[in-house]
Design a protein around this ligand. Structure first.
Ligand code: ZN
Length: 309
């Protein structure tokens, strides 16, 4: 039983229109699902990914309109990295970000920058046989596009505390313990790393990561819950998120983890070619569609203005 790398990363935005513009128009991801927070249907839950809405490329945002900026601290993921194919790709992105007035630093085959709300991002040239998970964009050649997650980095006060858990319970591979790990399954892998935590306490808010989800085969999901429970990490019951099933727990460094199933996926309630175009509602919210749509911030998807491909 192996986790197949990152399933999705979920963050917080106070500005859904600006968020959509940055991740779809600038970074070239596809909006693959526009739905609401299952615990609060007055706000969006936006999902960006590759063209097929694959786990491994899925970045999601809870919208809290006007949310105050947060700050990553101990027990929080503070940086998200995507793979790109080559140094040419890094050069392309350095130019594209400069054109958008996004400050970026380049070093050691990596390009670091932040989203408009201060969420730290990185592009890394990856040597991997994993399938590139790419979205279509009229101004971004496919060979230069983002290819799915490379990994995430978290702040920890005591990464040693997580060592046994990551190794024994989750089956992560130690790359340079206790700080550097990889979660790799048969099809895909992702890195997980710790950096020393800043002295200030972390504050959840706009521009921060809420949790990172790791991918499980559907048939292994209950067994993962059992294994996590045996370590005393106190997982939630299995929650049906409609596009996948989930359990949540905190790993010993305090980072909120989820294990989510590889399926049924985003094409369960709308066709693949029209993912994210219409507001998707869980069945129990469907009778309230009109009210819900009136409450939500209007969003203009940049894709609607692109020529059909
Ligand atoms: Zn999640």
């Amino acid at each position: 039983m192996k986790l197949e790398g990152i399933h999705h990363v979920t963050c917080i935005t106070g500005d859904a229109p600006g968020n959509l513009d940055f991740y779809v128009r600038v970074l070239g991801l596809r909006l693959v699902k526009k739905t609401v927070n299952q615990d609060d249907p007055t706000v969006y839950h936006l999902f960006y990914a590759d063209e097929k809405g694959s786990a491994g490329a899925d970045l999601t945002f809870f919208e809290y309109p006007g949310a105050r900026p947060g700050r990553a601290g101990a027990g929080m993921v503070h940086r998200i990295a995507w793979r790109v194919s080559s140094d040419d790709a890094l050069d392309f992105w350095a130019g594209r970000l400069a054109d958008e007035d996004v400050a970026a630093d380049s070093a050691d085959g990596r390009l670091r920058f932040s989203d408009p709300e201060g969420l730290a991002l990185e592009l890394a040239v990856a040597e991997t046989d994993d399938e590139p998970l790419v979205a279509d964009h009229p101004d971004i050649p496919g060979e230069l596009a983002l290819q799915g997650f490379d990994g995430v980095r978290a702040y920890s006060l005591a990464p040693d505390a997580s060592r046994m858990f990551l190794d024994n319970a989750l089956g992560f591979t130690a790359i340079d313990p206790p700080a550097e790990w990889e979660a790799r399954g048969d099809r895909r892998g992702s890195f997980y790393g710790y950096d020393p935590a800043p002295p200030e306490r972390g504050v959840g808010g706009a521009g921060t990561v809420h949790h990172v989800a790791w991918a499980s085969a559907i048939d292994d999901h209950e067994a993962w819950r059992e294994r996590v429970a045996q370590t005393g990490a106190n997982p939630t019951p299995v929650i049906d998120r409609f596009y996948f099933r989930s359990i949540y727990f905190r790993e010993p460094s305090g980072v909120l983890f989820e294990i989510a199933t590889l399926g049924p996926g985003f094409a369960t309630d709308e066709p693949l070619e029209h993912l994210g175009e219409r507001l998707s509602l869980p069945p129990n919210f469907e009778p309230l569609r009109e009210q819900v749509e009136q409450t939500l911030t209007p969003l203009a998807n940049p894709r609607e203005t692109w020529a059909p491909h």
